[in-house]
Design a protein around this ligand. Structure first.
Ligand code: GLV
Length: 319
């Protein structure tokens, strides 16, 4: 018998996390759904969290006062009531850093798929619109080469995007955020205001965390400042975008195209308007979805939990 009781709030987490937790804990795994978490959470010392559900007061009340630590297998934690955790003295850790490369790969994929008009090209084949006569003006792309790339939120993911896109011979990198960062200077990116970034960038890539300040920051006003040839890419959270405004901007060709790994809602209904736009390339929130990255995230989340249970500092604490 392990010393600690841990609830795993998702039955699909990689084995590596189970193996780590099992060394010191009794591990219980939930079935799908919030109901199952609510049914199983009572009396546990820790929870391994991987869910789009809200981690809120109701869950914490149901858990009871012995709950000491929650380790989330995610970088983002916008669905977690961190203030409530703080109030209750519950430690909370996330898994930043280890997913930077995978998410940055996804950002590059989105830049390319949106700028090279992947959806339109594919549809043209399927709808027999690919004509035998050569047309030198057909489905022309916007190049990354020679472009200005704007990173909104220069954290680890934004930096990893810059490192990748350097090979594409980008003319200029700009970034915006709260303050100028030495890491920005080190990669040759210029710190600018959001306004300046929106006005001058050919690619606008959102890497910001979702919070009150960033919620719906990409709205009609923001899209109206962007070039009509600009490509908007989002690998952060769907809620940073006012989605009806984005849809209008894409429909009216006020911007050239978008590439989205995140959107609202998730999962996106199959008949959603975003999927009907030929200039919008959508993937189902797969940024961190590689075998290696998910293993690293699982390992880090499990070690955060064990450390905190044993009274040691978490490797990547939030509170
Ligand atoms: O979106 C993925 C994450 O926050 O880890």
């Amino acid at each position: 018998m392990g010393k600690f009781k841990v609830l795993v709030a998702n039955s699909t987490i990689p084995d590596i996390a189970h193996n780590i937790l099992k060394t010191e804990c009794d591990v219980k795994v939930c079935e799908e759904g919030r109901e199952s978490i609510l049914q199983n959470i009572e009396g546990v010392d820790a929870m391994f969290w991987l869910s789009h559900y809200k981690l809120d007061k109701e869950l914490l009340d149901k858990a009871g006062p012995q709950l000491k630590v929650i380790g989330s297998m995610s970088a983002g934690y916008d669905n977690v009531d961190v203030e409530e955790l703080k109030k209750r003295g519950i430690k909370f850790g996330n898994t930043p850093g280890v997913l930077n490369d995978s998410v940055a790969d996804m950002a590059v994929l989105l830049c390319l798929a949106a700028s090279r008009r992947y959806i339109e090209g594919r549809q043209a084949i399927e709808q027999s619109l690919w004509k035998p006569e050569l047309n030198a003006q057909w489905l022309l792309a916007r190049d990354i080469c020679g472009s200005t790339v704007g990173i909104v939120g220069l954290g680890g993911i934004g930096l990893a995007v810059i490192h990748r896109l350097k090979c594409f011979n980008v003319a200029k990198f700009v970034y915006t955020g709260h303050k100028e960062k030495p890491e920005g200077k080190a990669v040759g990116a210029e710190f600018v205001s959001l306004d300046e970034l929106l006005k001058t960038s050919d690619f606008v890539i959102s890497c910001v965390p979702l919070n009150k300040e960033t919620e719906k920051m990409f709205d009609a006003k923001a899209f109206s400042k962007m070039k009509s040839s600009a490509i908007f890419v989002n690998v952060s959270r769907g809620a940073t975008v006012n989605q009806p405004d984005l849809i209008a901007a894409l429909k009216e060709k006020r911007i050239f195209a978008a590439g989205l790994d995140v959107m609202t809602p998730e999962p996106l209904p199959p008949d959603h308007e975003l999927l009907k736009l030929p200039n919008c390339f959508v993937t189902p929130h797969l940024g961190s979805a590689s075998t290696n990255t998910r293993n690293k995230m699982a390992e880090l989340a499990a070690n955060n939990i064990l450390n905190a249970l044993k009274g040691q500092p978490m490797l990547t604490p939030v509170v």
